[in-house]
Ligand binder design. Structure first.
Ligand code: MRU
Length: 339
């Protein structure tokens, strides 16, 4: 997708074949800053600290992390240690484990001397595959949007779509998952408007989704997380589309905390709730999402703080309220397939 008229991806292989350039998403929307990763440890830290985030992008970054590791130590031990380190960065998005196992499978039977080149090519293939998958999600989702528009009597203004968190191009290698159909609809001249849940506590909606939709010219309005149900009751949401971090073999969907409540509200109001789901996000080993998917529990400090630009220009997190004696911060929730 485009930033200031130039095509950008949140992860790009350096032309030297030894470095990977990522957008530091902790600085958006205040600053557009890129960072060059040169080691596996840097790739792991970029995932851990959420400079890169979103399930497909985490997977692609991990694949490149293995490729960087193979430049450092292509031995069996080097491969095993790199995969262990990267596996421990975040617990829920299954694309991470999918990408690492694919890299392991592609590399373990190769001679160590050949691994660096092969790993670089395979990581690039995972990235390109993600772009193709997400573009196809956009094509399929566009048909849903066209059908929703056709089903409404004319003269009703834009089709209102609610989304949660950021499942746009910043969360993938390109296009996004949930936002891909929206971009394709907008580009096809369909009048769409997006309700963007702010997505506390890290505000991926307000900071990232609103930013990338705005950069592409898609009309969007940020709402507080608790507003969605109210808007649905008043006929102001035509359909919902979210992404997913892990989907079970039975169709349970684990996505950013708050997704479940939006799905319940949509169900209660008879509003279609769609999940834009790439194949690598399916965990075929898991059947019961609530019992079996590990939910990331993040630092409670995130609950009471906001990140913004200080008067001296620095981007910093600062307490928005007096420190709570205790704060819990489960980062994802599961919506059962039947909901
Ligand atoms: O914690 P994050 O920012 O990595 O969470 C991201 C989400 O929940 C996305 O909706 C999900 O990964 C799908 S991204 C296409």
């Amino acid at each position: 997708m485009k930033v200031d008229g130039s095509s950008r991806r949140p992860i790009e292989a350096g032309a030297d074949g030894r470095t990977v350039v990522v957008i530091d998403q902790t600085r958006l929307p205040h600053e557009f800053v890129t960072l060059t990763l040169t080691t596996m440890a840097e790739a792991a830290q970029a995932i851990r600290a959420m400079l890169v985030r979103g399930a497909p992008l985490i997977g692609a970054t991990a694949a490149y992390g293995v490729a960087l590791a193979m430049r450092e130590d292509p031995t069996d031990q080097g491969l095993a240690e790199a995969i262990e380190t990267l596996r421990a960065t975040r617990p829920t998005a299954v694309n991470l484990f999918w990408a690492l196992e694919r890299m392991r499978g592609d590399l373990q039977d190769q001679a160590p001397s050949a691994r660096a080149e092969i790993a670089w090519t395979r990581a690039g293939a995972i990235a390109e595959e993600d772009v193709a998958i997400n573009s196809a999600i956009g094509d399929h989702g566009l048909k849903l949007i066209e059908a929703a528009v056709a089903a409404r009597p004319g003269g009703q203004g834009p089709l209102n779509i609610l989304t949660h968190c950021n499942a746009g191009w910043l969360a993938t290698v390109d296009w996004g998952t949930a936002l891909s159909p929206i971009y394709k609809a907008h580009d096809a001249g369909i009048d769409v408007h997006v309700w963007v849940d702010e997505t506390r506590p890290r505000n991926q909606g307000a900071s990232l989704t609103a930013w990338e939709l705005g950069a592409h010219g898609v009309p969007a309005t940020v709402i507080v997380d608790n507003a969605g149900g109210h808007l649905m009751q008043h006929g102001m949401v035509d359909l919902c589309i979210t992404g997913t971090d892990r989907t079970t073999a039975t169709g349970d969907v684990c996505n950013k905390i708050g997704t479940y409540l939006k799905a319940l509200a949509a169900h209660d109001n008879g509003i279609p709730f769609h999940v834009a789901l790439p194949g690598p996000t399916i965990d075929w080993t898991v059947r019961d999402g609530v019992r079996e998917i590990p939910i990331e529990e993040r630092d409670g400090a995130e609950v009471g703080q906001v990140t913004g630009r200080l008067q001296d220009g620095r981007i910093a997190a600062s307490p928005a309220q007096p420190p709570a004696p205790r704060a819990a911060n489960p980062a994802l929730s599961v919506t059962l397939a039947w909901a």
